[in-house]
Design a protein around this ligand. Structure first.
Ligand code: NAP
Length: 544
């Protein structure tokens, strides 16, 4: 096997996680290869190019913090960046840190089998390449496998059909077209106003209304940019120690929503609605733990919907009623509800009558046939585990990750799983991941894993593996924390509930980014408590 094909680490994915890992590993002397199935770097921001795609974490916070010059020099044009801006940033990072030479594009890792004797991973790609690596790191993101809905005759539609998570690279021009959007999650809520402005007619098919609040995106001002850049060190430190890995525009009020007067609550919600962003969800300390408290905010938002949407029937349909505010990922929008006041936009409820089938020229539902030129599937992702399980990963004794996780993912800290030594998952299930600012969590994971690899190398340790007891305790802990909240009440992708047959359990860790980081650091400081560390077979034989 050539030197190029025998490396210290293989990393899968060249998005935010993979790029930073490559930088860190190489800087610390680990030979590393990154495989990326796209034809460029960018991960999520490479694939999700749908109209209106934009991040709803502020750019000053949704950016790398590891390089002071980079964070000072890069200029974000808007408060919340659009997909092309973020992709340009990632391309810049790849050039700036000379990362491309170790990234193999248009190449998906198809299998990774652990060789117990060699304590190494044998990895294969869809281009037929075989690589041996001591460490195998899945940096594949949490929402990277598109969910194709099981609508009958989906292949029979002869018009254009797109999935938001796998959008073509050329501009799609909907001018003059009759367009359908299926789904009303974050991707739909961002794309609907943009498509509506272009298409002749847009019909939105909604199964469950999602909660959404205004983003209030604005061009970046010099003053706002300076307020971050002048104080980045402290602000980033506060982000790392925070609950969500980000700082809120308006501070949370640390009392129950039920312990204030109606007037105070009205004022608090009004202020946060005006400020925009996720901040509304943390107005009070029990909005995500008490049904009654949550309902105060939920009914307030329902009133906003009624006040905005002219047609009372449409407004009623758009108002979520079946799950608490924020327990499916809260969406941020720009003129979402206002879009339903346009003459060329209709909303169709498919909760009462599902889509029966696609036809060659449209779709049938509720006894009616609709004709379209283009259909946009905004139907989400097989989140958190879908991409990990798509690869044939076999650990000790030939156990597959699929078998191991048949009843749901089991991890220690979301970083490792027992039976799969030297396999790390960046922002894996059981870590704060999607319940945090991903950038804060990605940097923490990449740094923790790199530190662990350095420690293993320094101490001549060949393999690291989660212990069963530690994994069981952590997996139970993740569920216990979730069960103290309202999150399990929603049929969300956090729960795996959007994919038929997927085990239903809450996958991300809700204990908070700061507390989680502390726990990871304590475990490392205690000599990687809960992990089994083993020398090589050769060392063991020599010791006998
Ligand atoms: P999503 O939140 O899972 O929404 C999927 C939508 O499709 C839901 O409305 C769902 O309805 C509907 N759907 C799924 N299968 C269907 C079927 N067979 N028939 C009819 N409707 C169906 O997916 P997403 O909007 O792509 O967002 C996923 C996540 O990506 C977000 O929650 C967020 O974390 C991230 N994201 C972030 C941004 C951002 O930063 N701005 C933008 C986009 C996405 P049900 O609710 O009834 O299942």
């Amino acid at each position: 096997m050539s030197e190029q094909n025998k490396v210290d680490a293989v990393v899968v994915g060249a998005g935010f996680s993979g790029l930073y890992l490559l930088h860190l590993l190489r800087k610390n002397g680990f030979s590393t290869r990154v495989f990326e199935r796209g034809d460029d770097v960018g991960g999520t921001w490479y694939w999700n190019r749908y109209p209106g795609a934009r991040c709803d974490v502020e750019s000053m916070q949704y950016s790398y913090s590891f390089d002071e010059e980079l964070q000072q020099e890069w200029r974000w044009p808007e408060k919340y960046s659009s997909q092309p801006e973020i992709l340009a940033y990632l391309q810049h990072v790849a050039e700036r840190f000379d990362l491309r030479k170790d990234i193999t594009l248009e190449t998906a890792v198809t299998s990774a089998h652990y060789d117990e004797a060699a304590k190494r991973w044998d990895i294969e790609t869809d281009t037929g390449e075989q690589v041996s690596a001591q460490f195998f790191i899945m940096a594949t993101g949490c929402i990277s496998t598109a969910n194709m809905p099981n609508i009958p005759n989906i292949d029979g539609f002869t018009g254009n059909i797109y999935h938001t998570g796998n959008w073509p690279h050329e501009k799609i021009d909907f001018t003059g077209q009759r367009v359908a959007v299926i789904g009303t999650g974050s991707s739909a809520i961002q794309s609907i106003p943009v498509i509506a402005a272009e298409a002749a007619h847009l019909t939105v098919f909604q199964r469950t209304p999602h909660w959404t609040v205004p983003a209030r995106n604005v061009p970046m001002t010099d003053e706002y940019e300076r307020s971050w850049k002048d104080d980045y060190a402290e602000k980033r430190a506060n982000m790392r120690g925070s609950m969500s890995g980000s700082l809120r525009a308006v501070a949370p009020i640390d009392v129950s929503a039920l312990d204030v007067t109606d007037e105070e609550r009205e004022e608090a919600y009004r202020e946060r609605w005006a400020a925009g962003g996720m901040t509304l969800l943390r107005s009070y300390n029990d909005l995500l733990t008490s049904n009654e408290a949550n309902e105060t905010a939920a009914s307030w938002v329902r009133q906003r919907i009624k006040a905005t949407v002219n047609d009372p029937k449409t407004a009623e349909l758009l108002a979520p009623k079946t799950y608490p505010l924020g327990t499916k990922r809260l969406c941020l929008d720009t003129d979402y509800y206002e879009t339903y006041n346009r003459d060329n936009v209709d909303l169709v409820d498919i909760a009462s009558a599902p889509i029966d089938r696609l036809t060659a020229t449209g779709l049938e539902t509720g006894g009616r046939t609709y004709e379209f030129d283009s259909i946009v599937l905004a139907t989400g992702f097989d989140a958190m585990t879908g991409t990990l399980l798509r690869v044939d990963i076999q650990g000790r004794g030939g156990l597959t990750l699929k078998e191991k996780w048949h009843a749901g993912p089991r991890t220690y800290l979301g970083l490792m799983t027992e039976g799969f030594p030297n396999l790390f998952t960046i922002t894996g299930p059981g870590s704060p991941s999607v319940k945090s600012n991903m950038l804060t969590s990605i940097e923490q994971h990449a740094e923790w894993v790199t530190d662990a690899l350095i420690r293993l190398r320094d101490q001549n340790i060949a393999s690291m593996e989660a212990e069963r007891a530690a994994e069981d305790d952590w997996t139970d802990h993740v569920q216990e924390v979730a069960d103290q909240t309202l999150f399990p009440k929603a049929n969300s992708w956090y729960m795996g509930a959007n994919i038929p047959g997927k085990p239903r359990l809450f996958m991300p860790y809700l204990g908070g980014v700061g507390a989680y980081r502390e726990r990871c650091d304590e475990i490392a400081a205690a000599g990687y408590e809960g992990f089994r560390l083993e020398g090589s077979e050769a060392d063991a034989a020599a010791a006998e």
